[in-house]
Design a binder for this molecule. Structure first.
Ligand SMILES: Nc1ncnc2c1ncn2[C@@H]1O[C@H](COP(=O)(O)OP(=O)(O)OP(=O)(O)O)[C@@H](O)[C@H]1O
Ligand SMILES: [Mg+2]
Length: 299
């Protein structure tokens, strides 16, 4: 079964798609069979970043039952023989508002894709679609820029993802927990309190689910002037969310990134020795290491 890596963010436009495309390419170059999956429902563009301007099949073909399995959707790319892409949905309202049952079918079917790694580009924000696609992965990457609004949105995103993760876990355990899941929660502590009232072990299970949630942060567009106080952010998340945030890496602000986007090519290919490409290649190596550690696979 493929390892799934999801790439998401609280705020839009922070570089999720370029990060996802470059990491997918970096892993393919290192010998992995990789599928880049565009799950940015209603805002898909990952195919363009890997040089495929007019995909012959997209996720819409799967959602509309024209294609049965995701492997059929995974289109080979001239860019690299080990890299395929599942292009995102077309611009239809029906797919943007995908029903819950369709989403569940889609998430289940990811288990059947023949690849070593699936890198999933997730839409920005905290919609249920974005949170559920983010959480289906074994490894979660959250992208932010040093912009204060991006950091705030990142914090919100991780908090809501943590809450949704705990609630989904309770739903899997007990269908009676539906009442629990359908309430609105402002904080992780509130969820823990309610979980504690369900049964004796409720709170302990919720806490260990939170502890196991360890998203990795990717900081993009970092420059001498624009940095993030990572230790402070980690402390805040530990205190209010309960999970540990690790820093996968930092990508500098780099004009080569924009030039690569205009050339429809990952920057690692377009300008391999540029600062952004160097940082992304290093991040790919770190991911390879994580993927080769068996215990890192999420439960
Ligand atoms: N490190 C960087 N240096 C300079 N420009 C960058 C960098 N990272 C991203 N960009 C620019 O930001 C643009 C937006 O990036 P991208 O499309 O990956 O964001 P996104 O988070 O996927 O956006 P959306 O939320 O709309 O899906 C890119 O086209 C690129 O021009
Ligand atoms: Mg994007």
């Amino acid at each position: 079964m493929a390892h799934i890596i999801s790439v998401a963010s609280g705020k839009g436009g922070v570089g999720k798609s370029v990060v996802a495309a470059n990491l997918a390419f970096a892993l393919a170059k290192r010998g992995k069979q990789v599928v880049l999956a565009d799950l940015d429902i209603g805002g898909s563009d990952a195919h363009v970043l890997v040089g495929l301007l007019h995909p012959t099949l997209t996720m819409t073909d799967f959602l509309d039952h024209r294609v049965k399995c995701l492997d059929e959707l995974a289109l080979p790319l001239p860019l690299h023989p080990s890299l395929r892409i599942i292009a995102g949905t077309g611009d239809t309202l029906a797919t943007a508002n995908m029903a819950y049952s369709q989403k569940k079918r889609l998430i289940r079917t990811f288990q059947d894709v023949h690849a070593d790694v699936i890198v999933a580009d997730i839409g920005a924000g905290t919609s249920y679609h974005a949170l559920d696609f983010f959480l289906m992965a074994d490894h979660h990457l959250a992208v932010a820029t040093p912009d204060p609004t991006s950091v705030l949105d990142l914090y919100r995103f991780i908090k809501l993802a943590a809450i949704r993760r705990v609630l989904s876990m309770f739903l899997m355990r007990d269908v009676m927990a539906e009442g629990l899941a359908n309430r609105d929660y402002c904080s992780v502590e509130e969820v823990l309190e309610v979980a504690g009232k369900t049964d004796e072990s409720g709170r302990t299970i919720a806490e260990s689910t939170l502890r196991a949630f360890q998203p990795a942060l990717v900081l993009n567009r970092v420059s001498g002037r624009a940095r993030v106080n990572v230790p402070q952010l980690k402390k805040l998340l530990k205190e209010y969310v309960g999970g540990d945030l690790t820093l996968l890496g930092e990508i500098p602000e780099d004009p080569a990134m924009e030039q690569a986007v205009r050339a429809y090519t990952p920057v690692i290919q377009h300008a391999p020795s540029s600062p952004a490409a160097t940082a992304l290649t290093k991040m790919g190596e770190a991911l390879l290491h994580i993927l080769s550690t068996p215990s890192t696979r999420a439960a």
